[in-house]
Design a protein around this ligand. Structure first.
Ligand SMILES: O=C(O)CCC(=O)C(=O)O
Ligand SMILES: [Fe+2]
Length: 353
């Protein structure tokens, strides 16, 4: 059922205080010292310029090292043109500026929709409705573009065309990164990820976090790990994203036109635990709104998911997880509300003597 009383946060009358239902219970709020900039640890920034030349092995080494240590890194000189990034970010910003009725007609909690507007919590049914987060979100199936673009809104005028260009470019960046990762994992087949594991519709979250009167009372997104294979995020120039590192939260510093890369649970399982799906969350800020574009590369519906045969072996690296279907994963994800330990436990192999 669509909710007639639904409101996006960006359409709330600007107020000096947060509406009651967005105020998190004490234990879920960010602590005060976590609201400042902790710059003691910074994520690696990897320059992808030389992937076809002499620098290739070095870049693969940097990716694998960053992936193992942080599960998060940033890439620059990534081949996605500045105009393509700027163009879609502007179109998405324009979308949120449209009149309320033009946006709310897309409001839906039906996950099968190729384009929908959503607000308040991370998914429609894993969070109870009484806990709300300070985020409006466009949930878009964005690749393959030819199959999906007629489902996208025709307003703002440039939206479709710019989304199509962005999705194609980011899909290609993901493909390149996964090629380097296959090589870094020591797989003989460098195209290991090219089949079913990346064959599903690429999903996109366009997250908009309006300026928030009191960032100490709320979060933009609760702590979570992504589900699928690879996440490529344009976070823009406003900070807010924090990644978990050794038991604390570190800021992902904005770098103009860079992409933030991280891995989902399925990648952790495919790599038998080498590339971890690291928890992250989003803080709000009172000065300005923040728009981010996250794309999620994921398997096709019929693809079996499990540790890659070239990664695991009988002796030193036996498989930690069994192989399963996408449907089974979705079921487990929902049953465990995406919490790391119970979800991974679901697929863990218990080795007996
Ligand atoms: O907005 C961000 O910085 C992160 C977004 C995110 O984690 C997500 O969409 O899954
Ligand atoms: Fe995420």
């Amino acid at each position: 059922m669509e909710s007639p009383t639904m409101k996006l946060i960006c359409d709330l009358p600007s107020a000096n205080s947060i509406p009651d239902n967005y105020v998190l219970p004490l234990e879920k709020r960010p602590c005060n010292q976590e609201l400042g900039d902790d710059l003691s640890v910074t994520l690696p920034v990897i320059d992808l310029q030389e992937t076809l030349g002499h620098g290739r092995q070095q870049i693969i080494g940097e990716i694998m090292e960053a992936g193992k240590e942080f599960g998060f890194f940033q890439v620059v000189n990534h081949g996605v043109e500045e105009d393509v990034i700027k163009g879609f970010r502007e179109a998405a910003t324009e979308f949120f500026r449209m009149p309320e009725e033009a946006k709310l007609k897309y409001y839906s909690t039906d996950m099968s929709k190729a384009f929908r507007v959503f607000s308040g919590s991370i998914t429609s049914h894993t969070d109870t409705n009484d806990i709300r987060y300070w985020r409006d979100c466009l949930k878009i199936r964005c690749y393959p573009v030819d199959k999906l673009m007629h489902h996208w809104p025709s307003q703002p005028e440039m939206f479709r065309e710019r989304l199509a260009k962005y999705a194609v470019a980011v899909k290609e960046l993901g493909r390149r990164l996964l090629g380097l990762i296959a090589e870094g994992l020591g797989l003989a087949n460098h195209e290991f990820f090219e089949g079913g594991l990346t064959g599903g519709d690429m999903m996109m979250n366009v997250n908009y976090y309006p300026a928030c009167p009191d960032p100490s009372l709320t979060l933009g997104i609760r702590p979570h790990s992504d589900r699928f294979i690879l996440t490529v995020l344009s976070q823009g120039d406003v900070s807010g994203l924090q990644a978990s590192y050794k038991g604390r939260w570190i800021r992902v510093q904005p770098i103009h036109n860079a992409f933030v890369i991280n891995f989902g649970f399925q990648m952790e399982i495919v790599t038998n635990g080498v590339l971890k799906s690291v928890e992250h969350r989003v803080l709000t800020n009172s000065a300005t709104g923040r728009l981010t574009v996250a794309t999620f590369t994921r398997p096709s519906m019929d693809c079996m998911i499990g540790p890659a045969p070239g990664v695991v072996n009988e002796g030193t690296n036996s498989p930690k997880y069994r192989t399963f279907t996408g449907d089974e994963f979705t079921e487990a994800f929902e049953a465990t509300t995406g919490r790391r330990e119970p979800l991974l436990d679901f697929f863990k192999i218990r080795h007996t003597q």
